[in-house]
Ligand binder design. Sequence first.
Ligand code: ADP
Ligand code: GN1
Ligand code: MG
Length: 364
Amino acid sequence: MKDVLELCGYFDLPAKPVSFKECRVGHINSTYFIDCEDGSRYVLQRINTAVFRNPEGLMRNVFGVTGHIRKKLIASGADPSRGTLSFVKLKDGRLYYPASDGSAWRVYRYIDGVVSLQSAESPDLFAAVGRAFGVFQRQLADYDASELVETIPHFHDTPSRLADLRASVSADPVGRAALVSDEIAFCESYSKVCGYITEGIASGRFPLRVTHNDTKLNNILLDEKTLEPVCVIDLDTIMPGSVLYDFGDSIRFGASTAAEDCDDYKSVKLNDEMFYAFSKGFVSGLDGALTRDEILGFPMGALIITLETGIRFLKDYIDGDVYFRVEKKNHNLIRARNQFALVKDIESKLGKLDGFVKDLVSAT
Ligand code: ADP
Ligand code: GN1
Ligand code: MG
């Protein structure tokens, strides 16, 4: 492990870094909060290069996207230092530091006076988060998608995720596949519908947009006093995609009645009120940009992205926990079972949710 403060020395910081604290939120990157001599704070992150194979392309994406949003914030009179991340280049002008051990490091300014939450405290809060993710989409609506590198190919291609699971079951590298035959069968039972979003994109039913693709509640910073959304973070997966990717990922995490890794999968249900609140906020944030089919696709979109995330956790359990950070025994299996419990509950509520989105379409 590289020395954290020594690494900071490569970046063009205005003051000397003196101490740091590790932040253990997030399953992919390693994050450190750095305090400088003059009281300023920065975030140093190790990009997980096993997950993101092209850190150069990824960093060009995030510099491009944050620059684009910054211009819009300035034009509208908003504070660009809070509304988007401000990345710091290396002293020699490069966008990240490629260390000799193969790791890749970047720095951005810490945004003061914010929190990131693991569960939505109220429907009003979650509606505001939905609105903020909708506004984020709108800010990127005129971003030239051809400038974006695909940082993880087929990231939300659910049929391809199912194929990846099958490959892991066949390879069975650590002998766990036999322990999860019920869970594998559960995934297989959705093989005919798992292409709902990808087929919708292919047929033109769901337009391609520039999407965030990892819209968990803890990927948005909220003002610590008012809990109003301040800044969308974790921009590594911004790529062309369907709006249902962002909608579904927010719902599976923030509209669940229990934590993603809670120990009792029976307690995992869809909180309908949270679903409604987020939907309304998201539609209002997108301010008329969504098509009728996209809004009508919300319930199935949430089901499919929840299923897909469960498939990914299950695959990682079978692979021996090589992708998502794990902190307890069977962590990925627990996460997978919770996603599957949520899929079942969403499925049992589809009639009701479909009725709601129909009303939402009529009201917009
Ligand atoms: P990962 O890809 O590992 O999820 P993130 O970029 O989401 O990495 O960062 C991990 C966590 O660090 C976030 O969920 C958030 O809690 C915290 N964090 C990141 N940037 C900031 C910031 N500028 N201010 C406060 N907290 C932050
Ligand atoms: C990862 O990086 P983080 O923790 O915000 C993952 C998401 C999953 C999520 C599950 C690049 O998100 O796709 O939905 O875990 N990010 C990547 O909690 O794979
Ligand atoms: Mg994150």
